[in-house]
Design a binder for this molecule. Structure first.
Ligand SMILES: Nc1nc2c(ncn2[C@@H]2O[C@H](COP(=O)(O)OP(=O)(O)OP(=O)(O)O)[C@@H](O)[C@H]2O)c(=O)[nH]1
Ligand SMILES: [Mg+2]
Length: 207
């Protein structure tokens, strides 16, 4: 749940990177951390990792500057993608304001992408949230693998599998090089902050 501090003129939002194991969620945050000016980002917190597998979550706080006189503070989280960590994913999702669903392009992971998105929908429902009504973007990561002999899914197939109902913006990305990472972040930040502002305007408060 976003927090609006009228005294300090700050808006705090939580954006969660969700998706199947090894799709590249942590790599997105690592790229943002490595590239952003220290003025605009805090320390990256990685809670419990084994090799490149997240066992609990990653957290990266960002300060995106001012909108209408309010400081926009965003906390980026990643969930652990491995199937067995469902309970942790639910915990990390608590209070979510916006979502990036990161999809894996490997053909062998096609079912895992669909399963993970379905799991997200269910987990949100348990929290009385509707995925279709939330700020969401899709990121089709690891597009560099398209140029290798490894069988990969086309963008049209990923759209068919994941974006039929959602109909949200999609971004092709190579998180390891940073391609598409900031485009994804910009769009989800814009959508999340706008949604938070609209909700609070509707409830008669500013912003
Ligand atoms: N080729 C390629 N590899 C990538 C890309 N993005 C991430 N990887 C690699 O994929 C592996 C998994 O990346 P992570 O970012 O740890 O994946 P994750 O989604 O956080 O995984 P979990 O924490 O298990 O849920 C790492 O070895 C990354 O270097 C990409 O765009 N292209
Ligand atoms: Mg991870």
């Amino acid at each position: 749940m976003a927090l609006i501090d009228l005294n300090k003129k700050e808006v705090h939002c939580k954006i969660v990177y969700y998706g199947p194991g090894r799709c590249g969620k942590t790599t997105n945050l690592l790229h943002i951390y490595a590239t952003m000016n220290e003025q605009h980002r805090g320390k990256m917190l990685t809670i419990d990792t084994k090799g490149d597998r997240t066992l609990f979550f990653d957290l990266l706080p960002l300060n995106l500057g001012k909108i209408s006189g309010f400081d926009i503070r965003i906390q980026l989280y990643t969930v652990p993608g491995q199937v067995m960590y469902e309970a942790t994913r639910k915990l990390v999702l608590k209070g979510v304001d916006g979502l990036v669903f990161v999809a894996d392009p490997l053909r062998v992971r096609q079912a895992r992408n669909i399963e993970s998105l379905e799991g997200l929908r269910q987990n949100l429902l348990e929290m009385h949230l509707n995925l279709d009504a939330m700020p969401v973007v899709l990121q089709y990561n690891k597009r560099d693998l398209v140029d290798t002999p490894i069988p990969t899914l086309t963008v049209a197939e990923l759209d068919q599998d994941l974006n039929q109902t959602l109909k949200v913006p999609t971004f092709e990305a190579v998180a390891t090089t940073g391609l598409g990472v900031f485009e994804t972040l910009k769009e989800i930040s814009k959508r999340t902050v706008t949604n938070v502002a609209n909700k609070h305007l509707l409830s008669g408060r500013k912003p």
